[in-house]
Write a new protein. Structure first.
Length: 386
């Protein structure tokens, strides 16, 4: 091992002290022999020689002590240097271990996101996984790793998990007391869009009629099955809770049911156009007409409803869910619905006097069925081979 400058000087000084002690001892005994003569039998001579030896050994022990101290100082310095290097090695090993754990933690998180995507049939993808990890674990870095994360829903210090918790809690509260008559649908769609934006998921499945577009992007929300998205969001959130060492959300008991989908359908029928940043995917020809017919039939009183019940029953089944609406892509089914609806409204109008409070509503419904019949027939004609 190469010696530094200070260590070399300590070694040189130690050697010089040793040489000095040996040299002085040799000179001392030489002078004693020369001036005091050969070995004597006299007691006084041996006493003088003993004093000389005592003095020499004192000098020699002093030199040895100094040399020992210098050696110990040198050894202590070497130990400190070795400990310093060992500490550096240990710190480097800890840093490497921490970095490896950090990389593994991110990888496991990404794998968990993939599992969630698979759970829901790969209908969506988490758009920005790196950003999502950093929002959940804001303090994590290659030099620092935390396996838990706080859920802070306070207004001043709200974090990402706290934001998700706040939206889901508001949805739970809303479901228990929706108050549809006082802008309930507007509040519901606002909460659902906030939740979709917070999750930052991108839909990659086939578009369904009823899917909500927001800011030119298709969301995971469908107006015919709004609670389906809430269930997906709760599953994702609870997965985050498990991964961050937090308790899951309490079980979701309140069910909004048909009232939620009906309110959203009506809300978007009344609020369309450039002023609304959200819109609805409607591929089925005449779907908006069928929604209007559905709400008209709901308003008709019982005396006229007996004629319209078959059409209303068909639409109730069709608007029951996201999958059920797909039945209306059957052109023959829609054409039959329109034809029978025209007949039913005609019968109802024939039995209703013009001063009936629902006469205009029946007439409007009949016009809607006629428009739907025209659309369904023209669509079938265009799709049939020449």
């Amino acid at each position: 091992m190469a010696l530094d400058i200070k260590s070399k000087w300590l070694l040189i000084v130690g050697i010089l002290i040793g040489i000095g002690v040996i040299t002085s001892g040799g000179v001392l005994f030489y002078l004693y022999h020369k001036h005091l003569g050969p070995i004597s039998n006299q007691h006084a001579a041996w006493s003088s020689f003993g004093s000389l030896l005592s003095g020499f050994f004192m000098v020699a022990s002093t030199g040895a002590t100094v040399s020992t101290l210098l050696f110990l100082a040198h050894q202590n310095r070497q130990i400190q240097k070795t400990n310093s290097k060992q500490q550096q090695v240990t710190e480097a090993q800890l840093a490497a271990t921490n970095f490896e754990q950090y990389v593994n933690h991110r990888r496991f998180f990404a794998e968990r996101l993939t599992e969630l995507e698979i759970t829901f049939g790969n209908s969506f993808k988490f758009e920005k996984r790196e950003s999502l990890y950093n929002k959940i674990f804001p303090n994590n870095s290659p030099t620092n790793l935390e396996f838990t994360a706080k859920v802070d829903s306070s207004i001043d210090n709200q974090n990402y998990l706290g934001k998700l918790n706040s939206i889901l809690t508001k949805l739970d509260d809303f479901s228990r007391d929706p108050d549809w008559k006082n802008s309930g649908a507007r509040r519901l769609i606002g909460l659902l869009i906030d939740l979709n934006e917070a999750l930052d998921i991108r839909m990659i499945n086939e578009a369904y009629d009823g899917d909500v577009n927001f800011s030119n992007s298709r969301t995971a929300i469908n107006i015919y099955s709004p609670e389906e998205f809430i269930g997906i969001a709760r599953t994702i959130y609870n997965s985050f809770m498990f991964y961050t060492g937090n308790p899951k959300l309490p079980e979701y008991h309140a069910v909004m049911g048909r009232s939620a989908s009906d309110s959203l359908m009506e809300f978007f029928l009344r609020n369309t156009g450039a002023s609304n940043p959200s819109s609805i995917v409607k591929v089925i020809p005449g779907l908006a007409l069928m929604e209007k017919i559905y709400f008209n039939l709901y308003e008709i009183d019982l005396s006229h409803f007996q004629f319209m019940q078959p059409s209303y029953g068909t639409l109730v089944e069709a608007f029951a869910s996201r999958e059920a609406v797909m039945r209306l892509r059957d052109r023959l089914l829609v054409e039959h619905l329109a034809e029978s609806g025209c007949e039913q409204t005609s019968k109802a109008l024939a039995h209703a006097p013009e001063d009936d409070t629902h006469f205009d509503l029946l007439k409007d419904t009949n016009e809607l069925f006629l428009q739907l019949l025209s659309i369904s027939r023209s669509t079938r004609t265009q799709s049939d081979p020449a």
